[in-house]
Design a protein around this ligand. Structure first.
Ligand SMILES: Cc1ncc(COP(=O)(O)O)c(C=O)c1O
Length: 395
């Protein structure tokens, strides 16, 4: 497969009716990302229709251009970007998108470039020195500056609170600084990633209520971050709409300006379901499998969750049949020569899986391609679109 051509734009992505068709036709020796565009659009529309405010897509979860296109077509207009390359990517691809540069600590000079070259007007800060940079490198008059305040991350599988977030007093001071410079002051928080209880957002909004009462200024923009979970095997997650309803009620109780907008920044929940990955078994040694992708490629998420995040799978043989053995736990190694390149827990797979078989791994749309490395020369970069099939489901 010519991955360069396929990745260039959505028009050049090869299409197959089902992932099985792709495997039996293309016989891929390299990993292949399979885009399920309808599934991706369905989730994006749930955010557009259900979240009581504006949804930004956190580009870091999946920056494939065709993913950005699909999300845009589904109605998402705001994009949470963490770096200048992400900003350039979205601006080039979607010239009318509203961009938010939401990394609280940035490479020097990039605020200026984001503002001047790419028209970014929304920034975040959680420290007075970074805030100073934002105010100096933009014309404050047309800039919105979110101050990211600290909130607990106790319901999150991935705690993001240790790195960013200002205490209440500092938040209040920085909001006043933003106002004094003539920029639009705004408030943000982040309750972590894979946040398993909507209560976390209510707690965050309660902390914002306290801040709003202390500053006594009308705040017109409040960003509640990402963190909405997706269900994986053995990890049940509440429906997105449960989060939306609870957030709507908590927002209604806040002393915000009358015309205020709240924002969310989902990454994982937006894209997890829309993409699967097809990998091939390179070799079997007893209960150990060697496959063509691993923790330095698309499976970094499984590694950092210590194997808690795993995925629904199905296996297809080169002759089109499926193994029919009982599911047994097998040790899975990636393709590099590094002995750390091993999935952290044995993975349930058919007992009779063998060399040459393909495994379709579902719900791989978040933090797979975006965290892959080229370690040892392996860089999974093939993508196809599946137009009619269904990926393996949770059982
Ligand atoms: C600032 C910010 N926004 C949004 C996200 C997206 O989080 P999630 O994928 O859990 O929705 C992250 C994740 O690291 C983040 O750091």
């Amino acid at each position: 497969m010519d991955s360069t051509a396929m990745m260039k734009n959505s028009e050049s992505v090869d299409c197959y009716a089902t992932a099985r068709d792709m495997m039996l036709t293309a016989k891929p020796a390299e990993p292949v990302y399979c885009l399920y565009r309808d599934r991706l659009a369905t989730v994006a529309k749930r955010f557009v229709g259900g979240f009581p405010g504006k949804t930004m897509f956190a580009v870091k979860a999946n920056p494939f251009p065709v993913v950005l296109d699909t999300i845009w077509e589904a109605g998402i207009r705001c994009f949470d970007t963490a770096s200048l390359p992400e900003i350039a990517l979205v601006r080039e691809r979607l010239p009318d998108a509203e961009l938010f540069y939401m990394a609280p600590v940035r490479i020097h000079g990039t605020v200026h470039d984001a503002y001047k070259t790419y028209g970014v007007r929304n920034f975040v800060a959680d420290h007075p020195d970074e805030l100073k940079r934002v105010l100096a490198e933009t014309s404050a008059k047309d800039t919105t500056v979110f101050i990211r305040t600290a909130v607990p991350n106790e319901d999150a599988i991935y705690d993001l609170s240790t790195k960013f977030g200002a205490e209440t007093e500092a938040t209040v001071e920085m909001i006043k600084t933003v106002k004094d410079h003539g920029a639009e002051p705004a408030l943000a928080f982040n309750v972590g990633s894979m946040v398993m209880n909507p209560q976390s957002y209510e707690t965050g909004l309660g902390i914002c209520a306290d801040i709003l009462n202390k500053i006594g200024l009308p705040i017109r923009h409040l960003d509640i971050g990402g963190g909405f979970p997706w269900a994986y095997p053995d990890i049940e997650a509440p429906e997105l709409e449960t989060y939306f309803d609870r957030i709507r009620m908590a927002r209604d109780a806040l002393p915000l300006a009358g015309d205020a907008t709240i924002y969310c920044e989902p990454g994982r929940a937006m894209v997890a379901d829309g993409m699967s990955l097809v990998v091939q078994v390179l070799l079997r040694k007893g209960d150990e499998l060697y496959i063509n992708d691993g923790i330095y490629g698309s499976f970094s998420e499984s590694n950092i969750s210590n194997g808690d995040v795993w995925y629904p799978t199905s296996v297809t043989r080169p002759d089109g049949t499926a193994p029919n053995g009982d599911m047994v736990p097998l040790t899975v190694w990636g393709p590099t020569c590094d002995s750390l390149d091993k999935l952290p827990k044995p993975v349930p797979l058919p007992a009779d899986i063998q060399e040459g078989d393909w495994i379709e791994v579902a719900t791989m749309g978040a933090y797979s391609n975006s965290v892959r490395t080229a370690f040892n020369g392996f860089f999974p970069n093939n993508m196809v679109e599946i137009t009619n099939g269904r990926p393996p489901e949770l059982i």
